[in-house]
Structure formats: structure tokens, C-alpha cells
Design a protein around this ligand. Structure first.
Ligand code: DQA
Length: 144
């Protein structure tokens, strides 16, 4: 079982960026905990954070045929990137979308996700726990 964990623009700023909304942990700390959690379940994982839409899309394409599931926090790309949406749809790999914050109770532009329709689930508002709940959900859907 192999998962790809993707984080989009500005998530490298976790720990510094609006801690009252996103928490005080760095992305590296959260991803280390996620790697340990998934490793304990015998799941192999690869991680990428990128501030570049095209780099995320290239990584999704490269996952075709060799990856069982994708867990993605697309950051602000969530709200407008049809290109990212199309990439996920093109590869057809089961994907769960996660958000630290409650995208449905913030600025109105955040409540719409163009990614959600090509995902099997969206998990938001649980802080760093969104990644773990999202991973559990993904594994339960793909049989991991
Ligand atoms: C986010 C929510 C997005 O609206 C925002 O642009 C982010 C982080 C979250 O994890 O809560 O960068 O995806």
C-alpha cells in the first residue's frame, strides 16, 4: 500500500502563519507524525509540499499506476485550481482532501472547493487531526 501526501501553497509556513487558525506545529512536525502513524500501519508514503501548481500536477501524473491513494491539502488552490482538479480526475487515484481550518466558516471564497467533486471525501476543521482522520478514511476506502 502506497500513499502520496501532498501539501500546496503556503503550507510550508505552518507554525508561523496565523497560528490562531492553523496551529503552532510546523508542517515537518505534522508530516513526521503522519509518517510514523502510516508506517505503523505498514503503509509506504511519499511527501511533497509545493508552492507551485505545476509541480503538484506533475507529481500527481507521476503517481499514475504506482500509488494507491492521495491525501491532499491543496491550500488556496482548493478554491480555484481546475488544473489540479483535472489532474486528480485524470489519474483516477482515490483522493481525500484535507484542511486544517474550517473552510466552511471563514471567508466566503474558502467555502467552495473545486477539488472536492473528484475526491472521495473532504475533511476540514480538525487542525492537524484532519490529516490523520483523512488518512484513516482513505485507507478504509482502499482497503489498507
Ligand atoms: C487550508 C485552507 C485554505 O483556504 C487556505 O488557503 C490554506 C490552508 C487549510 O488547511 O485550512 O492555505 O487549506
Amino acid at each position: 500500500m502506497k500513499l502520496l501526501i501532498l501539501n500546496g501553497p503556503n503550507l510550508n509556513m505552518l507554525g508561523v502563519r496565523k497560528p490562531e487558525i492553523y496551529g503552532r506545529k510546523t508542517l515537518a512536525e505534522i508530516m513526521d507524525e503522519l509518517a510514523a502513524f502510516l508506517g505503523g500501519r505498514g503503509v509506504q508514503c511519499e511527501f511533497l509540499q509545493s508552492n507551485h501548481e505545476g509541480e503538484l500536477i506533475d507529481r500527481i501524473h507521476a503517481a499514475f499506476g504506482n500509488t494507491d491513494g492521495i491525501l491532499i491539502n491543496p491550500g488556496a488552490l482548493t478554491h480555484y485550481s481546475y488544473a489540479l482538479r483535472d489532474a486528480l480526475e485524470a489519474v483516477g487515484i482515490p483522493t481525500v482532501e484535507v484542511h486544517l481550518s474550517d473552510i466552511h466558516s471563514r471567508e466566503s471564497f474558502r467555502s467552495a472547493s473545486v477539488i472536492e467533486p473528484v475526491c472521495i471525501a473532504q475533511v476540514s476543521a480538525l487542525g492537524e487531526r484532519s490529516y490523520f482522520v483523512g488518512a484513516e478514511l482513505l485507507l478504509s476506502k482502499i482497503g489498507g
